[in-house]
Write a protein that binds this ligand. Structure first.
Ligand code: ZN
Length: 418
């Protein structure tokens, strides 16, 4: 007999997305591990039973003081995993929206001294307490929309001490918010402003000084590089990521967003954990990613928010055999906190099937941030993170743009949605 603190019964459509820990690609890209007329039992914050309702009635006993909740035919998915956020930043860039409306591209806005550098100034000025408070309100909104695990990139300080300060905030955010957070060092987000020679000195500092400290203090699980013309070259990215890999960090790369930067090819060469954005990646490079087992982290709301007229290559990545994960890209340029919105864009713009989008936002996103053993699936023994939608099927989550969960559980505890 299985003892439980909480039994969620009457689930009309359950997507467990459970299975082997490797990311799902090709024919398996939309494998939801679906159970109809399902029940879930939770004990000590973990899934204790996942299966048919009928069998739960025989096998599960709710402990005295525990609860049984009838979800009345609702749909349930694993808590979403947001595989790409720039959560830690000061200020916002709402006044830039008008430049975007006028048709200026992101690189042009950066060249005018706006964009990323205005966020760097605001972040450097902000106190740690202010950055923490702002990040917690963002995490709270993310959680209300079903996110229970997220990656958090540094990258708006662009100095040794500043980047360490940002990464140092992440454990406290995780403890206060209850979300499971995976820190990524993105010191190479842009070249810090400064005189000639700053770029060479900064890359040198990242490789020789900052990365070793991050590895020693376990401040980040991954190192990421923004590999684009005017940011960091393929050679610089190779040097930084090779150093990170040799120190035991995982490698990620922002690639092929504005131009075909060669970043995806580098990700394949280094067997990086993920390559991210990938708006321009040609077939040959997509196939290289697939062969190398690199996960494509797609951010389908970013082209929309950047007004770039492009779209994420979701269908193309799946067809090339690349495992696809999703992220919000939450940042001042593309302020998205809701994974259901990301799922809708993944389907309507990037042309994933609804099932592929759900896999990409759960099991594959967990794999992309090294959390494949603990997040992104509803399976016995895992932390009980899940989202309940008052919809007849899980496919309706992306179909109905702006879907919101009616309840979210983190480690078996319902979060307050009020
Ligand atoms: Zn990014």
């Amino acid at each position: 007999m299985i003892r439980a603190d909480l039994l969620l019964d009457g689930i009309g459509d359950l997507a467990t997305v459970s299975g082997p820990p490797s990311p799902r690609a090709g024919d398996r890209a939309g494998e939801l591990g679906r159970i109809e007329d399902a029940a879930i039992a939770i004990s000590d914050g973990r899934f204790a039973y996942v299966g048919r309702s009928r069998r739960a009635r025989r096998e599960v006993r709710v402990r005295p003081g525990g609860r049984t909740i009838d979800l009345g035919g609702a749909s349930v998915v694993p808590g979403f995993v947001d595989a790409h956020t720039h959560l830690l930043f000061g200020g916002d860039r709402s006044d830039e929206l008008i430049w975007k409306v006028e048709g200026l591209g992101y690189a042009e806005i950066v060249r005018r001294g706006g964009g990323l550098y205005s966020t760097v100034r605001a972040t450097r000025r902000a106190s740690t307490a202010a950055l923490t408070r702002a990040a917690l309100t963002r995490l709270d909104r993310m959680a209300r929309d079903g996110t229970t695990t997220a990656e958090v990139k540094s990258g708006y300080a662009l100095s040794h001490a500043g980047e360490l300060r940002l990464l140092g905030i992440v454990p406290a955010l995780s403890a206060s918010s209850g979300l499971s957070l995976v820190p990524t060092y993105l010191g190479a987000h842009a070249v810090p402003p400064g005189p000639a020679g700053t770029r060479e000195r900064y890359v040198e500092e990242i490789v020789r000084k900052t990365l070793p400290v991050i590895a020693r203090r376990h401040l980040a699980a991954f190192c990421d590089v923004f590999c684009e013309p005017d940011f960091f070259s393929v050679e610089e990215a190779r040097r930084i990521l090779s150093a990170a890999l040799s120190l035991g960090l995982g490698a990620k790369i922002h690639a092929d967003e504005f131009e075909l930067s060669g970043g995806a090819r580098l990700a394949a060469e280094l067997k990086a954990r993920s390559a991210e954005h990938l708006l321009r990646t040609p077939l040959e490079d997509r196939e290289a990613l697939g062969r190398a087992g690199v996960t494509a982290v797609l951010l389908p709301t970013t082209p929309f928010a950047s007004m770039s007229g492009t779209r994420s290559l979701g269908r193309e990545m799946v067809d090339a055999g690349v495992p696809v994960a999703l992220g919000s890209d939450l940042c001042p340029n593309s302020w998205v906190e809701s994974m259901p919105i990301v799922l809708s864009h993944a389907v309507y713009a990037a042309r994933l099937t609804p099932a592929e989008a759900i896999v990409a936002a759960t099991a594959n996103a967990a794999h992309a941030i090294g959390a494949g053993d603990r997040a992104g699936a509803i399976a016995v023994g895992r932390p009980a993170d899940l989202a309940v939608f008052d919809l007849e099927s899980v496919e309706r989550i992306p179909y109905r743009i702006g879907s919101k969960p009616v309840q979210v559980y983190r480690q078996g505890i319902a979060i307050s949605l009020s």
